[in-house]
Design a protein around this ligand. Structure first.
Ligand SMILES: [Zn+2]
Ligand SMILES: [Zn+2]
Ligand SMILES: [Zn+2]
Ligand SMILES: [Zn+2]
Length: 129
């Protein structure tokens, strides 16, 4: 059966790695999905984040506003607000479903996201002109 390795980083980001068995399914986009008997192994990482420089961690894990869906988030590094699925998701289903489907935004806190710094860096005043 499939194995899912979940690494949880200090910032709260989760990284998933898979080891697939023969029963694993392949999605329409070619992505693989673990079978229903998949077992999950969780471990906690003490440092770092797979994003390289995690902006959520850099900003002190404060509240932030998603630059994609413009919803506020707090306490999580990845936006979990529900947003309408892009049309492409609706038409590739077995039959076309005209009503709007919702999905998680899933945007990782990035440099463009508005962040509310918990401990704002002391501003160094400088004269630009
Ligand atoms: Zn499996
Ligand atoms: Zn992170
Ligand atoms: Zn979002
Ligand atoms: Zn962003």
């Amino acid at each position: 059966m499939c194995q899912v390795y979940v690494t949880i980083y200090p910032c709260g980001h989760e990284e998933r790695k898979y080891s697939f068995c023969r029963a694993a399914k392949t999605g329409k986009g070619g992505e693989r999905c673990p079978c229903t008997a998949a077992s999950e192994y969780r471990r906690t990482a003490t440092a770092g984040c797979y994003l390289g420089g995690c902006d959520y961690l850099n900003a002190g894990r404060g509240n932030w506003t998603c630059c994609k869906c413009e919803n506020p988030n707090s306490g999580i590094p990845r936006c979990d607000h529900l947003v309408p699925c892009p049309d492409i998701f609706n038409v590739t289903r077995e039959r076309y479903e005209p009503q709007e489907k919702m999905m998680n935004c899933g945007h990782d806190c990035c440099q463009n996201c508005q962040k509310e710094r918990k401990s704002p860096p002391t501003e160094t005043r400088r004269c630009d002109y």
